[in-house]
Design a protein around this ligand. Sequence first.
Ligand SMILES: [Zn+2]
Length: 255
Amino acid sequence: MAAMAMESELREAVRLLADKQAILVFTGAGISTDSGIPDFRGPQGVWTRLDPSEFTYQRYLADPEHRRRRWQMALDSPIRDAAPNPAHVAVVDLWKAGKMAGCVTQNIDGLHQAAGLPDQEVVEVHGTARRVACLGCSAGWPTEEVLERVRAGEDDPVCPHCGGILKTATISFGQMMPEAAMARAYDLAGRADAVLSVGSTLSVYPAAFIPLEAVGRGVPLVIVNRGPTEHDHTASMKVDGSAGQALPHLVAAIT
Ligand SMILES: [Zn+2]
C-alpha cells in the first residue's frame, strides 16, 4: 500500500518536473541518512542525545575544554567514513542532464562533491566538516590533516601561522551565516524554474527561506522526504519516502 502511494506520488512529481530546465535542488540531512550519517532532528536524531545549546559558537571560543571535547567528537564522526548513496548520485545525474540550476545543501558532509558534483555547483550554507579554518587569519586545511595533529597529542590545536583558534568550517549555532554562500543560494533561487527539496524538514532558518523564495515566485515545489516537513502544505507534490529509493527513480524518469 505504502509502495503504491509512493508510486503515484512519484508519477505526479515526474509530471511536474519533466519539462524543467533549471531545478534548484535543496538538500538536508535525510539525503545522507542512507550513507550512515544520523540526522539531527529525527526521532533517532543527534539532538535527542546532545543538547544543542551546548554547541554554540560563543562556547567554542570561550571554553578550551569544550574545544578538546569537540575535536575528540570529530575523530569519531560518522562523516569521516561516509560514502555517497544513490540519492547523491541521482543529483549528479540531474546536473549532467543540464536540468539543474544548482544544489543548495544544509549538510556539512561533502557527499554531493564526493558523488561527483563539482564544487561550483554546490552551495554549502552551513559550511563543511571536510575543512578546518583558523578563526584568526582564515588559513585553512583539510580536516584530516588537523585530526592527524589531534591524534598525535595536540588536543586543542592552534594555527601554526598566527596562534589562532581552529574550528571546522561549519556554521555553529550563534555564528553568522556565510554571506557569499547565502548570496549564491539566493541567486540560484531567483533563476530556478522548480524546486526539488530532498531530505529536509524545511524547518531550519534562514536556510529554508532559500527554497521558499523560489516557491514564492510561483515555481513548483516537489518534496522528497520520509515523514512530514514544515512545508508539506506548500508543496505541489510530496513524495513520502527515503531519498535513496525515490530520487534515482524520479531523476531517471525526467532525464
Ligand atoms: Zn591563523
